[in-house]
Design a protein around this ligand. Structure first.
Ligand SMILES: NC(=O)c1ccc[n+]([C@@H]2O[C@H](COP(=O)([O-])OP(=O)(O)OC[C@H]3O[C@@H](n4cnc5c(N)ncnc54)[C@H](OP(=O)(O)O)[C@@H]3O)[C@@H](O)[C@H]2O)c1
Length: 252
């Protein structure tokens, strides 16, 4: 089934790089107009927007810190006035965290990541849902992590924050289903992006590939393809789910 998103507007947070950038490109390939959001990488965001426009779709580049609710509200207002009601939200921005063992991490460091992750999810959801409710249709996709379900050295802040995100998505699905709005969690394992490429040496690549039935490290395209499928007709009666995109490395 090919995904047809013609006439739809998608907003992808953190789409200047990595999974978000590829998601923006694939959504545009499927016909959607795309809001490209970024924090500091204005040139990279402009390049993604140019790729979007090359497909014949419209783009809008918006600098906004997704952990600032006012900035999120104005980003969505701008999107609505320039492109139209947001039909698809991809809550993806990669919010930094301290990689430390429990013995060393402070509550302030834990709280910073939990606060940022959930504030971004809540703010983006609250900003786009009024328009979706009005039109009786919407697709909300939230990018979590396999580390929300399994412990892996020194990622406690990230794992706990993403686990909170998983729970949040189920509440969104429950509350907004009656309005024709779906909410689903897409959960990658290790993906080769600017966030991870320094850590992915040949040894790690070989180990991950061996432990992965599909035999390689994931690329941003792999995660984007799943997000686009959920955004399209294939996702029309699926909500409140958690979908791993990890080549089978963890069968959750
Ligand atoms: N890579 C992995 O192995 C992996 C695995 C599991 C889950 N994930 C999840 O996948 C998502 C994307 O990760 P990635 O690896 O693709 O990230 P990435 O390559 O590091 O790109 C991060 C993106 O987020 C944007 N961003 C960061 N802080 C932001 C903020 N406060 N407001 C708005 N945008 C912000 C960045 O914008 P600038 O370019 O302007 O900084 C950039 O576009 C994240 O939610 C991450 O937790 C990744």
């Amino acid at each position: 089934m090919t995904t047809d998103l013609n006439g739809q507007v998608a907003l992808v947070t953190g789409s200047s790089r990595g999974i978000g950038a590829e998601t923006a490109r694939q959504l545009a390939d499927a016909g959607a107009d795309v809001v490209v959001n970024y924090l500091t990488s204005d040139e990279a965001a402009a390049a993604v927007a140019a790729d979007v426009e090359d497909t014949g779709s419209d783009s809008l580049v918006v600098q906004a810190d997704v952990t600032d609710p006012d900035a999120v509200t104005s980003m969505v207002s701008k999107a609505e006035s320039e492109l139209g009601t947001v039909d698809i939200l991809v809550n993806n921005a990669n919010l930094p965290f301290e990689r430390k063992p429990i013995a060393e991490i402070t509550w302030a460091e834990m709280a910073r990541k939990i606060d940022a992750e959930l504030k971004a999810a809540l703010s983006t959801t609250k900003a786009v849902t009024p328009g979706m409710v009005e039109q009786g249709h919407g697709r909300l996709l939230y990018v979590s992590s396999g580390l929300s379900k399994r412990a892996d050295g020194q990622s406690v802040a990230h794992g706990v924050a993403k686990s909170g995100l998983n729970a949040f998505v189920r509440y969104v699905a429950e509350e907004y289903g009656e309005h024709g709005i779906t909410a689903n969690t897409i959960s990658p394992g290790l993906v080769e992006t600017s966030a991870t490429s320094e850590r992915i040496d040949e040894e790690l690549r070989a180990n991950v590939s061996r432990a992965t039935p599909l035999g390689r490290v994931a690329q941003p395209e792999d995660v984007a393809a799943t997000i686009v499928a959920f955004a399209g007709d294939a996702g029309r009666f699926t909500t409140g789910t958690y979908t791993p995109v990890n080549g089978g490395s963890r069968m959750e």
